[in-house]
Design a protein around this ligand. Structure first.
Ligand code: IPE
Ligand code: MG
Length: 238
């Protein structure tokens, strides 16, 4: 129905999405994100307009409404390759990657996605040279200080997963500040993986449960999927 408004769509938990078209000469991060939803959600629901005039007629043909995922996770990668391709330093690649986060976050907000996970720094990343790792933490601190007001303005809660408290003390201080400043926000959640490893997380769950079992507070038969879930770094999201 062409009278459908974006508010109606939001209230129905459906969202306007543009189909990929050759008319887009450059594909922005946001558009790429949208295409992914089309692929992931798969179903076409209805056609709705998004813009006025000619653009609107174009949009009529190109837009579809699909369900919005409850959780989107991004593995941050390719900063080095991007830097190489543009004849820049690796650290500049990481800076560009951090800017990309802004765009992805904006896209998720506009689409009404409640949770975004960013895998930013893995336990394996420690094997990188110090000259690359240290500026990464500085970049993170800079990003937090620069964006904190914006993050708060949009009601975004920031959480961390991984052994992030083992990062350099100044970085930990800034992360704690960010955590504290956003703890009551509920419009959207961003979970950042820092010093995070998937296997390490499973190992940690196993150790925590073993510790409980040793104290006689947990029986093997009590270990279910939902109990396991409680031992993850962040357990409340699908
Ligand atoms: C991701 O980009 C950076 C981190 C998460 C630390 P990479 O640095 O892995 O980029 P490529 O893979 O070398 O292109
Ligand atoms: Mg990589």
């Amino acid at each position: 129905d062409s009278r459908i408004s974006i508010q109606t769509i939001r209230s129905l938990e459906f969202i306007l999405i543009r189909l990929p078209t050759t008319r887009f000469r450059t594909v922005t991060g946001m558009q790429r994100l949208q295409y992914r939803f089309i692929i992931n959600c798969g179903h076409r629901k209805a056609i709705a307009p998004s813009t006025k005039g000619t653009k609107r007629r174009m949009a009529d043909k190109q837009s579809i409404i699909v369900g919005v995922p409850k959780h989107v996770a991004v593995i941050m990668d390719g900063n080095g390759r991007w830097a190489k391709r543009h004849g820049k330093k690796t650290t500049e690649g990481h800076e560009a990657g951090a800017e990309g986060v802004r765009e992805v976050l904006k896209g998720c907000r506009e689409l009404g996605i409640p949770c975004l996970s960013l895998y930013a720094f893995s336990t394996e990343n420690w094997s990188r040279p110090e000259e690359e790792v240290n500026p990464l933490f500085q970049l993170m601190s800079k990003y937090i200080r620069r964006e904190i007001d914006e993050i708060k303005k949009h009601g975004i809660r920031v959480l961390f997963m991984g052994e992030w408290r083992e990062l350099p003390p100044t970085a930990v201080q800034d992360l704690e500040y960010c955590l504290e400043q956003t703890k009551d926000n509920r419009d959207m959640t961003v979970v950042v993986g820092l010093n995070y490893g998937g296997r390490q997380e499973i190992l940690r769950c196993a150790k925590l449960m073993a510790e409980k079992a040793r104290k006689g507070e947990l029986l093997p038969e009590e270990i279910t999927e939902s109990l396991f879930n409680q031992y993850l770094y962040v357990s409340e999201f699908p």
